[in-house]
Design a protein around this ligand. Sequence first.
Ligand code: 0O2
Length: 217
Amino acid sequence: MTEELNWYQTLVPYTQVVDELKVKLRGMRKQFEIENKHSPIELVTGRVKPVQSMLDKARRKKLHDDEIEDVLQDIAGVRVVCQFVDDIYTIVELLRKRDDFDIIEEKDYIQHKKESGYRSYHVIIKYPVQTIHGKKYVTAEIQIRTLAMNFWATNEHSLNYKYKGQIPADIQKRLKRAAEAAFQLDEEMAKIKDEVQEAQWIFNQIRPQVKEVGEHR
Ligand code: 0O2
Protein backbone atom coordinates (compact mmCIF):
# COMPACT_ATOMS: atom_id res chain seq x y z
CA MET A 1 0.00 0.00 0.00
CA THR A 2 1.39 3.45 -0.84
CA GLU A 3 1.96 5.97 1.96
CA GLU A 4 -0.89 8.19 0.68
CA LEU A 5 -3.37 5.33 0.45
CA ASN A 6 -2.49 4.32 3.99
CA TRP A 7 -3.27 7.82 5.20
CA TYR A 8 -6.63 7.88 3.42
CA GLN A 9 -7.57 4.81 5.46
CA THR A 10 -6.27 6.33 8.71
CA LEU A 11 -8.24 9.52 8.10
CA VAL A 12 -11.64 7.86 7.59
CA PRO A 13 -12.65 8.36 11.27
CA TYR A 14 -11.59 12.03 10.96
CA THR A 15 -14.16 12.51 8.18
CA GLN A 16 -16.80 11.03 10.46
CA VAL A 17 -15.79 13.36 13.30
CA VAL A 18 -16.05 16.42 11.05
CA ASP A 19 -19.46 15.27 9.80
CA GLU A 20 -20.76 14.58 13.31
CA LEU A 21 -19.52 17.91 14.65
CA LYS A 22 -21.11 19.79 11.75
CA VAL A 23 -24.46 18.11 12.45
CA LYS A 24 -24.24 18.89 16.16
CA LEU A 25 -23.22 22.53 15.75
CA ARG A 26 -25.82 23.15 13.03
CA GLY A 27 -28.34 21.50 15.35
CA MET A 28 -27.48 24.08 18.02
CA ARG A 29 -28.11 26.88 15.53
CA LYS A 30 -31.47 25.39 14.56
CA GLN A 31 -32.47 25.14 18.22
CA PHE A 32 -31.78 28.85 18.79
CA GLU A 33 -33.83 29.67 15.69
CA ILE A 34 -36.78 27.49 16.74
CA GLU A 35 -36.73 29.10 20.20
CA ASN A 36 -36.74 32.51 18.50
CA LYS A 37 -33.47 33.49 20.11
CA HIS A 38 -30.46 35.14 18.53
CA SER A 39 -28.20 32.31 17.37
CA PRO A 40 -24.55 32.87 18.26
CA ILE A 41 -23.83 30.52 15.34
CA GLU A 42 -24.13 32.03 11.88
CA LEU A 43 -22.59 29.23 9.83
CA VAL A 44 -20.62 26.04 10.26
CA THR A 45 -18.10 24.53 7.87
CA GLY A 46 -15.62 21.70 8.22
CA ARG A 47 -12.91 19.78 6.45
CA VAL A 48 -10.35 17.06 6.89
CA LYS A 49 -6.90 18.41 6.08
CA PRO A 50 -5.84 17.15 2.64
CA VAL A 51 -3.22 14.38 3.00
CA GLN A 52 -0.54 16.32 1.12
CA SER A 53 -1.04 19.47 3.20
CA MET A 54 -0.93 17.35 6.38
CA LEU A 55 2.33 15.70 5.27
CA ASP A 56 3.80 19.12 4.34
CA LYS A 57 2.93 20.50 7.78
CA ALA A 58 4.39 17.36 9.42
CA ARG A 59 7.60 17.85 7.45
CA ARG A 60 7.80 21.53 8.49
CA LYS A 61 7.43 20.45 12.10
CA LYS A 62 9.96 17.61 11.57
CA LEU A 63 7.52 14.93 12.72
CA HIS A 64 7.85 11.20 12.22
CA ASP A 65 4.81 9.51 10.69
CA ASP A 66 3.84 7.93 14.01
CA GLU A 67 3.78 11.37 15.71
CA ILE A 68 1.51 13.08 13.17
CA GLU A 69 -1.86 12.11 14.66
CA ASP A 70 -0.74 13.09 18.18
CA VAL A 71 0.91 16.39 17.32
CA LEU A 72 -1.21 17.87 14.52
CA GLN A 73 -4.38 18.99 16.24
CA ASP A 74 -6.19 20.30 13.18
CA ILE A 75 -6.38 17.25 10.89
CA ALA A 76 -10.10 17.34 11.64
CA GLY A 77 -11.21 20.98 11.58
CA VAL A 78 -14.56 22.62 12.06
CA ARG A 79 -15.15 26.34 11.76
CA VAL A 80 -17.97 28.22 13.44
CA VAL A 81 -18.59 31.72 12.14
CA CYS A 82 -20.66 34.23 14.11
CA GLN A 83 -21.88 37.79 13.84
CA PHE A 84 -20.50 39.33 17.01
CA VAL A 85 -17.37 38.88 19.12
CA ASP A 86 -19.32 38.03 22.27
CA ASP A 87 -21.10 35.25 20.34
CA ILE A 88 -17.69 33.55 20.23
CA TYR A 89 -17.51 33.38 24.03
CA THR A 90 -21.15 32.20 24.22
CA ILE A 91 -20.24 29.32 21.92
CA VAL A 92 -17.13 28.49 23.97
CA GLU A 93 -19.32 28.32 27.11
CA LEU A 94 -21.76 26.01 25.31
CA LEU A 95 -18.88 23.75 24.21
CA ARG A 96 -17.47 23.62 27.77
CA LYS A 97 -20.84 22.34 29.05
CA ARG A 98 -21.06 19.43 26.59
CA ASP A 99 -20.24 15.89 27.64
CA ASP A 100 -19.88 14.26 24.22
CA PHE A 101 -16.20 15.28 23.97
CA ASP A 102 -13.38 16.59 26.16
CA ILE A 103 -11.74 19.97 25.67
CA ILE A 104 -7.97 19.51 25.88
CA GLU A 105 -6.83 23.03 25.03
CA GLU A 106 -8.14 26.51 24.25
CA LYS A 107 -6.23 29.16 22.30
CA ASP A 108 -7.58 32.68 22.50
CA TYR A 109 -6.12 34.44 19.48
CA ILE A 110 -8.64 37.25 20.00
CA GLN A 111 -7.19 38.50 23.29
CA HIS A 112 -3.75 37.49 22.01
CA LYS A 113 -3.76 38.04 18.26
CA LYS A 114 -1.04 36.38 16.20
CA GLU A 115 1.87 38.35 14.76
CA SER A 116 0.23 38.06 11.30
CA GLY A 117 -2.88 39.88 12.61
CA TYR A 118 -4.87 36.60 12.83
CA ARG A 119 -7.78 36.53 15.28
CA SER A 120 -9.91 33.51 16.17
CA TYR A 121 -10.70 31.32 19.17
CA HIS A 122 -9.51 27.72 18.87
CA VAL A 123 -10.93 24.91 20.97
CA ILE A 124 -9.07 21.60 20.71
CA ILE A 125 -11.11 18.55 21.61
CA LYS A 126 -10.76 14.79 21.95
CA TYR A 127 -13.81 13.31 20.29
CA PRO A 128 -14.82 9.66 20.74
CA VAL A 129 -15.90 8.18 17.43
CA GLN A 130 -17.26 4.70 16.78
CA THR A 131 -15.50 2.79 14.01
CA ILE A 132 -15.82 -0.79 12.77
CA HIS A 133 -12.71 -1.48 14.89
CA GLY A 134 -14.18 0.02 18.05
CA LYS A 135 -13.99 3.42 19.72
CA LYS A 136 -11.24 5.83 18.61
CA TYR A 137 -10.42 9.18 20.20
CA VAL A 138 -9.79 11.74 17.48
CA THR A 139 -8.31 15.18 18.07
CA ALA A 140 -10.24 17.96 16.33
CA GLU A 141 -9.91 21.74 16.22
CA ILE A 142 -12.96 23.99 16.40
CA GLN A 143 -12.14 27.49 15.13
CA ILE A 144 -14.62 30.14 16.23
CA ARG A 145 -14.50 33.59 14.63
CA THR A 146 -16.64 36.49 13.47
CA LEU A 147 -17.56 37.11 9.84
CA ALA A 148 -15.00 39.94 9.77
CA MET A 149 -12.23 37.73 11.22
CA ASN A 150 -13.17 35.02 8.73
CA PHE A 151 -13.00 37.44 5.77
CA TRP A 152 -9.52 38.51 6.82
CA ALA A 153 -8.24 34.98 7.55
CA THR A 154 -9.57 33.60 4.25
CA ASN A 155 -7.80 36.31 2.25
CA GLU A 156 -4.58 36.02 4.24
CA HIS A 157 -4.65 32.23 3.82
CA SER A 158 -4.93 32.62 0.00
CA LEU A 159 -2.01 35.06 -0.04
CA ASN A 160 0.07 32.74 2.13
CA TYR A 161 -0.63 29.94 -0.32
CA LYS A 162 0.23 32.12 -3.31
CA TYR A 163 3.50 33.34 -1.78
CA LYS A 164 4.33 29.97 -0.13
CA GLY A 165 4.40 31.55 3.32
CA GLN A 166 6.63 34.44 2.23
CA ILE A 167 4.15 37.29 1.77
CA PRO A 168 5.99 40.44 0.55
CA ALA A 169 6.52 43.07 3.26
CA ASP A 170 4.24 45.70 1.67
CA ILE A 171 1.33 43.24 1.45
CA GLN A 172 2.01 42.08 5.00
CA LYS A 173 1.74 45.67 6.14
CA ARG A 174 -1.58 46.09 4.36
CA LEU A 175 -2.82 42.82 5.86
CA LYS A 176 -1.99 44.06 9.34
CA ARG A 177 -3.91 47.26 8.64
CA ALA A 178 -6.82 45.22 7.26
CA ALA A 179 -6.77 43.09 10.43
CA GLU A 180 -7.12 46.25 12.54
CA ALA A 181 -9.95 47.48 10.27
CA ALA A 182 -11.75 44.13 10.73
CA PHE A 183 -11.26 44.48 14.49
CA GLN A 184 -12.72 48.01 14.39
CA LEU A 185 -15.69 46.72 12.39
CA ASP A 186 -16.36 44.09 15.07
CA GLU A 187 -16.08 46.78 17.78
CA GLU A 188 -18.53 49.10 16.01
CA MET A 189 -21.02 46.29 15.35
CA ALA A 190 -20.84 45.27 19.02
CA LYS A 191 -22.08 48.76 19.92
CA ILE A 192 -25.25 48.35 17.83
CA LYS A 193 -25.71 44.64 18.49
CA ASP A 194 -29.10 45.07 20.22
CA GLU A 195 -30.43 47.17 17.33
CA VAL A 196 -29.26 44.63 14.75
CA GLN A 197 -30.72 41.71 16.68
CA GLU A 198 -34.07 43.45 17.12
CA ALA A 199 -34.20 44.16 13.39
CA GLN A 200 -33.39 40.54 12.60
CA TRP A 201 -36.04 39.33 15.04
CA ILE A 202 -38.69 41.55 13.37
CA PHE A 203 -37.60 40.30 9.96
CA ASN A 204 -37.96 36.68 11.05
CA GLN A 205 -41.46 37.35 12.48
CA ILE A 206 -42.87 38.84 9.29
CA ARG A 207 -41.08 36.48 6.90
CA PRO A 208 -41.41 33.00 8.44
CA GLN A 209 -41.56 31.45 4.96
CA VAL A 210 -38.01 32.70 4.29
CA LYS A 211 -36.82 30.77 7.34
CA GLU A 212 -38.56 27.57 6.24
CA VAL A 213 -37.71 27.59 2.56
CA GLY A 214 -34.50 29.59 2.38
CA GLU A 215 -32.00 27.20 3.92
CA HIS A 216 -28.75 28.84 2.92
CA ARG A 217 -26.35 27.66 5.59
P1 0O2 B 1 -5.08 25.21 7.06
O1 0O2 B 1 -4.80 25.23 5.61
O2 0O2 B 1 -6.16 26.14 7.47
O3 0O2 B 1 -5.28 23.83 7.57
P2 0O2 B 1 1.08 26.59 13.27
O4 0O2 B 1 0.32 26.23 11.98
O5 0O2 B 1 2.19 25.65 13.59
O6 0O2 B 1 1.43 28.05 13.34
P3 0O2 B 1 -0.57 25.15 15.07
O7 0O2 B 1 0.29 24.75 16.21
O8 0O2 B 1 -0.89 24.09 14.05
O9 0O2 B 1 0.04 26.46 14.41
O10 0O2 B 1 -1.94 25.60 15.65
P4 0O2 B 1 -2.80 26.92 15.44
O11 0O2 B 1 -2.04 28.15 15.76
O12 0O2 B 1 -4.01 26.64 16.26
O13 0O2 B 1 -3.13 26.97 13.89
C1 0O2 B 1 -3.89 26.00 13.27
C2 0O2 B 1 -4.77 26.60 12.19
O14 0O2 B 1 -5.25 27.89 12.57
C3 0O2 B 1 -4.07 26.86 10.87
O15 0O2 B 1 -3.96 25.68 10.14
C4 0O2 B 1 -5.01 27.88 10.25
O16 0O2 B 1 -6.21 27.28 9.79
C5 0O2 B 1 -5.34 28.75 11.43
N1 0O2 B 1 -4.33 29.81 11.55
C6 0O2 B 1 -3.40 29.95 12.51
N2 0O2 B 1 -2.65 31.05 12.31
C7 0O2 B 1 -3.12 31.63 11.19
C8 0O2 B 1 -2.77 32.84 10.47
O17 0O2 B 1 -1.84 33.59 10.83
N3 0O2 B 1 -3.51 33.12 9.35
C9 0O2 B 1 -4.54 32.33 8.93
N4 0O2 B 1 -5.19 32.68 7.82
N5 0O2 B 1 -4.89 31.19 9.59
C10 0O2 B 1 -4.20 30.85 10.70
P5 0O2 B 1 -2.93 25.57 8.95
O18 0O2 B 1 -2.41 24.17 8.95
O19 0O2 B 1 -1.91 26.64 9.04
O20 0O2 B 1 -3.73 25.84 7.67
